[in-house]
Design a protein around this ligand. Structure first.
Ligand SMILES: Nc1ncnc2c1ncn2[C@@H]1O[C@H](COP(=O)(O)OP(=O)(O)OP(=O)(O)O)[C@@H](O)[C@H]1O
Length: 704
């Protein structure tokens, strides 16, 4: 601790450094703009080589300028005073002065590692670690840790009492914050783990698994940009609400090349947000669905022609259903993909008609002429299209809505009870739309059916073509085009260099297959907490599917042990809940206390609405940040209607399943006993819901 004057002096020292950094940043920005302009001027030279060079120059200058332009709140957030009297400032990006002396070290550089890893027990040559907070280019606060008092030079000032707790007490916004200034040692080890193989990060609620996964993505992009930005990083989360919540973390770290997807949007052109009840999700997510879908993918098209009748030179040629089925089966042998072997199916029909024509003994031309004559007949071509159409996975999934077909496909694979569950779930498929679990089934069908041969869609070239030379007219266009070209990937891109799977405990076996298809060439970061899973299917299947997706890559395991989200009072309630199921489960330690216990209300069912609205209004008044109203899945819309009148943008209504990974300052948890009552994953889902709040938690249970 130090006196006020000492503190002001230290702030002034840091302010001087920050002023230098921002002045240098402005210079660098100007020189990047100049480089872009020079690039355009090269166009006047007119040779092809000059144009190519110009493209490269403009592209790199534009990229550099984009990085420099990014939001730089808290640009410099750390300082290390080392034993050898060297001082290093740590920030969101590396900056050197005009003589190439380091003004700021990028937080991901090896030189910055000590900022996160040094402790009093292992100071790593750091005497004092300082965390600097700033707003709009003004230093607002500094917090020091004296790590090696014996090495401290005379008069070294130490101010503040802990950056971490100060940060944790800040209000939660709608989006997740980056934690770059306060990453803790155990987190840093996971963030900087080797880029190859599989990094697995486990830990209870609020231990920073998501934060670690995202900072790790930024770290990888820094450590090997050509590999990770070139191949791309895919981040997969459980729901669109969650993906929206984490969407701003990477951009805040200056990285916007990663692709974020929820499990409901991984299949191109589809976007599902609806969840199935756990027992239905367990069936749809089971690996056995692969076999069910295999049968569907080979079946005759509903409403397709049952026979072919063709009058040829006065003789009726006829292929009945059995003959047609046989032709289809033969063409689909040995794992052939239906959309890719249409030609083989058609050839089978020609061959069968030829054989029949020869058998009945009519006068025939040679086989080629015979086939050409038939192929010219429009009714024959219509038959082929109807009998063996190009199938989209969505068509075939729709066949499961027909109970007799579903029984045929699933018989002997799923139990009668499971078939009934699935049948009920698909009964109104066309009106209810797809659920998140269905998306993995579409992806499976896509791999079973294969891609219909498509006319190659002209890929849009972001550079206009003028006289055979790539050309753009305005500065803005060229900048946008250069960035777009760097990121442009086909819609169904699968060759990611790294895949991050968040909330991995909720990825079903079929979903692991879907994610795995996109990461065959990738290294992986997988974060999750088995105690939070809503999966009620076979746990062995889950492990098998996960292992298959991750392959034999080397694994690096990390476990995080401190809960940074919940107040200790709130986490005590959540911990008691999960202990019902796992009495000996090691749980993280919550580091922050508010002195305020959660409120537990029990009301008559008729009073639930009023109590919920009052509690939500109360929390909105009490906390500065966000308020989440968490409901059992079937109650979501009803409760959303109740609190809509509050008209608060800080308030969000989510189901207990959508609450995965989310965080709010205040939480109103509606009908927790209804969530717990689910025999499959009730307690675990309630554990998730109870561990979402940072400051205040109110639970409201209707009696009776
Ligand atoms: N080192 C840190 N400094 C500051 N805040 C942190 C730190 N680590 C984690 N946090 C904060 O703690 C909260 C929980 O982090 P995060 O959501 O990553 O945890 P999680 O382990 O993924 O949680 P869950 O499993 O419950 O979804 C977030 O608000 C995050 O910003």
């Amino acid at each position: 601790m130090t006196d006020q004057t000492g503190l002001e002096q230290e702030i002034a020292v840091e302010q001087r450094h920050l002023d230098r950094v921002y002045a240098r940043l402005a210079e660098l920005r100007q020189s990047a703009v100049r480089a872009e302009r020079d690039g355009y001027r090269m166009a006047r030279v007119g040779t092809h080589g000059a144009l190519v060079e110009r493209d490269a120059m403009v592209f790199h200058a534009a990229q550099r300028r984009h990085t420099l332009d990014a939001e730089h709140e808290g640009l410099v957030f750390g300082r290390l005073d080392l034993r050898d009297r060297q001082v290093l400032h740590v920030g969101r990006l590396g900056i050197r002065d005009e003589d190439a002396r380091t003004l700021v070290v990028d937080w991901r550089a090896p030189a910055a590692a000590a900022f996160y890893q040094a402790t009093p027990a292992q100071p790593l040559d750091v005497v004092r670690r300082r965390t600097i907070q700033s707003r709009a280019e003004r230093v607002t606060r500094i917090e020091d840790d004296l790590l090696d008092p014996n090495a401290a030079p005379e008069g070294m000032t130490v101010v503040g009492d802990g950056a971490l707790l100060a940060t944790l007490s800040k209000a939660t916004g709608r989006g997740m914050r980056d934690i770059v200034a306060t990453i803790q040692r155990e987190q840093d080890e996971a963030i900087r783990s080797p880029g190859s193989g599989v990094t697995i990060v486990a830990g209870g609620p609020g231990t920073g698994k998501t934060a670690v996964a995202l900072h790790r993505a930024a770290f990888l992009l820094y450590s090997d940009r050509s590999r990770y930005a070139g191949g791309g990083i895919l981040v997969v989360g459980p729901s669109s609400v969650f993906v929206e919540y984490i969407g701003s973390v990477l951009p805040s770290l200056g990285e916007d090349t990663a692709t974020l997807h929820s499990l409901g949007t991984l299949f191109p052109g589809m976007s599902a947000t609806r969840t199935d009840p756990p027992e239905v999700a367990a069936v749809k997510g089971s690996l056995r669905m692969r076999r069910v879908l295999e049968r569907a993918a080979r079946d005759a098209v509903p409403g397709g022609p049952g026979e072919l009748r063709l009058l040829y030179r006065g003789t009726l040629l006829r292929l009945d259903r059995t003959a047609l089925d046989r032709i289809r089966d033969r063409a689909l042998q040995r794992g052939a993909r239906r959309n890719e072997v249409r030609r083989a199916g058609f050839d089978g029909v020609f061959a069968a008609l030829w054989a029949q024509a020869r058998e009945v003994g009519i006068r025939l031309p040679d086989q080629r002429t015979f086939e050409a004559e038939i192929a010219e007949r429009s009714e024959f071509r219509e038959f082929l299209k109807a009998w063996w159409p190009r199938l989209h996975p969505r068509h075939v999934l729709g066949w499961l809505a027909q109970p007799d077909r579903l029984r045929r496909y699933a018989g002997g694979i799923l139990s009668t009870a499971e078939i009934q569950l699935l049948s009920a779930a698909y009964r109104h498929l066309d009106s209810t739309g797809l659920t998140i679990a269905d998306i993995a089934l579409l992806d499976e069908l896509d791999s079973l059916l294969g891609k219909p041969a498509q006319s190659a869609k002209a890929r849009r070239d972001p550079f206009q073509l003028a006289g055979g030379v790539r050309e753009l007219s305005t500065l803005g266009e060229r900048q946008r085009a250069a960035r777009a070209a760097a990121r442009e990937r086909p819609e169904d891109y699968r060759d990611y260099a790294h895949v991050v799977v968040d909330e991995a405990q909720d990825v079903s076996p079929m979903q692991w297959r879907m994610v795995g298809r996109r990461g065959r060439l990738a290294s992986w970061t997988v974060v999750g907490d088995p105690a939070q899973t809503a999966w009620t299917g076979d746990p062995d299947e889950l492990d098998r599917a996960r292992d298959q997706a991750l392959g034999r890559r080397k694994r690096h395991d990390f476990t995080l042990t401190t809960n940074y989200r919940n107040s200790s009072e709130i986490f005590a309630v959540a911990a008691a809940e999960i202990r019902r199921l796992y009495p000996d489960l090691p749980l993280p330690t919550a580091v922050r206390s508010t002195g305020v216990d959660p409120v537990e209300l029990v009301v008559p069912p008729t009073g639930l609405e009023t109590a919920t609205v009052e509690a939500a209004a109360g929390l909105l008044a009490e906390v500065e940040g966000t308020v989440g109203v968490i409901t059992p899945v079937p109650r979501r819309d009803e409760v959303a209607g109740w609190v809509a009148a509050l008209g608060a943008p800080r308030l969000q209504v989510v189901t207990s399943l959508e609450a995965k990974g989310m965080e709010y300052d205040g939480v109103v948890l509606v009908a927790p006993s209804e969530i717990r009552a689910d025999p499959g994953a009730g307690v675990r889902t309630l554990y998730v819901a109870l561990s979402r709040a940072t400051q205040r938690l109110t639970t409201i249970d209707p009696t009776g």
